[in-house]
Design a binder for this molecule. Structure first.
Ligand SMILES: Cc1cc2nc3c(=O)[nH]c(=O)nc-3n(C[C@H](O)[C@H](O)[C@H](O)COP(=O)(O)OP(=O)(O)OC[C@H]3O[C@@H](n4cnc5c(N)ncnc54)[C@H](O)[C@@H]3O)c2cc1C
Length: 410
């Protein structure tokens, strides 16, 4: 075998898998189809500080655009809910993903992984027979196709990933279980407090989703939104449909920006469109000689759309399990299922909780959101004790209590 593992996709999930494996002496190849890792960015770039600390990623100015310390959530009538910890210390970052993703790939390379860019996986090499172990990948580099063999393949190829499907894993995501997202990086805007992430809820802004304003300095922010669009009957081309979904998302975004004088004068220096699966995790993420990590395993949070930390965390788990499998010379699904079990223990409960809050949120009308925000405005969540939370619940209309309890838990 040429390698112990070939990792397809150098996003946060793939690079952390490759880094974890290489640190333990495994022979690993990380391939990325784009010419430059991290580009183009398809992300609002917010993540938590504690997650990166836990994964041992040292903060570096080159990939941190802004430290953040709280969130303000606006209901359709403008009522504001403040989520801030009492001590005012930073709890999050708005990253420069183009630098961050490259940094993670560099860490993997420095640990000993071989990295090849502009190298696209075009198929898998599989043994014949029912159990059909994956034994390698077909790669394409500047028009030339060649095969590499390995003990296992890691699909870390993102939301549009194909590796799982090639391996026979059911990766189907219903189109109506995707959000369509659009974002401008706006420069020259007014930002009241760049350490605050802002969210706007309600069907006027983003039906089935929300608007975000994530500052990247004093006059720049990622301003974007995700919306759910139901599948139209009679459309056969997915491409046509996704184009149309992106256009609808852009329309909502332009409407939102033009309604805010502080944003209206900004210039977009980049535009991002892309889908986020909000269906919850795949039922199965492993097979014989194959594992899926990150968005392609739908490890992204269905409520917030956040997936950077989960992809990285699951990459570390995948790397450790693969190393154990290499040492035991056993790449069977029965062995690799340890990865499936461990990532569900680690991030799976949170994903399922977010899924049920998201489903409840979708049923709320704008008036319900206004009612919740009016009861919650002025509260300091970081400092609230259980008695205060109980008192707040009694002020809510009964049909909203379960939803708010779920929200607070998640
Ligand atoms: C608009 C938007 C906003 C978002 N905002 C946030 C946010 O603020 N915070 C957050 O935490 N998450 C956010 N997310 C989600 C986040 O971007 C993803 O969850 C995260 O990037 C997942 O990492 P990954 O490694 O699984 O996949 P990716 O980062 O998508 O990486 C997959 C890589 O695989 C490569 N690839 C694909 N196919 C092949 C192939 N055949 N051969 C070789 N390479 C291949 C791709 O080029 C890509 O580089 C957002 C997503 C969107 C769309």
């Amino acid at each position: 075998m040429d390698y112990d593992a070939v990792v397809v996709g150098a996003g946060p999930g793939g690079s952390m898998t490759a880094k974890t494996l290489a640190e333990q002496g495994a022979r690993v190849l990380l391939v990325e189809k784009r010419p430059e890792i991290g580009v183009p960015v398809r992300c609002a770039e917010a993540t938590g500080i504690s997650g990166l600390e836990e994964l041992g990623i040292e903060p570096d100015k080159k990939f941190i655009a802004q430290e953040t310390r709280g969130q303000h959530i606006y209901a359709p009538d403008g009522s504001k809910v403040v989520l801030e910890d009492g001590d005012g210390r930073p709890t999050g970052y708005v990253l420069e993903r183009r630098m961050f993703d490259k940094h993670l790939a560099i860490l993997a390379a420095r640990a000993g992984a071989e990295v090849r860019t502009r190298t696209c996986a075009t198929g898998l090499l599989r043994e014949r027979g029912e159990r059909g172990f994956v034994r390698g990948v077909r790669l394409k580099h500047f028009g030339e196709e060649y095969d590499v063999t390995c003990r296992c393949v890691v699909g870390a190829d993102g939301v549009e990933g194909q590796v799982g499907r090639w391996a026979g894993i059911n990766t189907r995501t219903r189109l109506d279980q995707m959000t369509s997202n659009a974002q401008f990086e706006l420069v020259g805007i007014e930002i009241e407090d760049p350490t605050i992430l802002e969210f706007y809820l309600g069907s006027v802004y983003a039906p089935g989703g929300y608007v975000w304003v994530f500052p990247k300095g004093d006059d720049t922010a990622n301003v974007g939104l995700g919306i759910r669009i139901r599948r139209r009957r009679g459309r056969s081309s997915d491409y046509g449909e996704s184009e149309e979904r992106a256009e609808r998302a852009i329309e909502y975004l332009e409407k939102f920006i033009s309604s805010k004088p502080e944003l209206k004068k900004g210039s977009p220096v980049s535009v991002v469109t892309g889908g986020v699966p909000v269906q919850g995790p795949l039922d199965e993420s492993v097979g014989n000689g194959i594992l899926l990590v990150g968005d392609c395993a739908r490890q992204v949070d269905p409520l917030t759309g956040g997936g950077i930390y989960n992809a990285m965390r699951c990459g570390v788990i995948a790397g450790n399990v693969i190393k154990e499998a290499v040492d035991r010379d056993d790449m069977s699904k029965e062995m690799l299922v340890k990865y499936d079990r461990e990532w569900r223990e680690s991030v799976g409960a949170g994903l399922l909780r977010s899924l049920s809050v998201k489903e409840a949120l979708e049923k709320l009308k704008d008036d319900d959101l206004n009612a919740i925000a009016r009861v919650m405005r002025g509260l300091k969540f970081g400092d609230m004790d259980i008695k205060e939370i109980g008192k707040t619940m009694t002020k809510l209309p009964p049909k909203l209590v379960d939803f708010v309890q779920g929200l607070l838990r998640s």
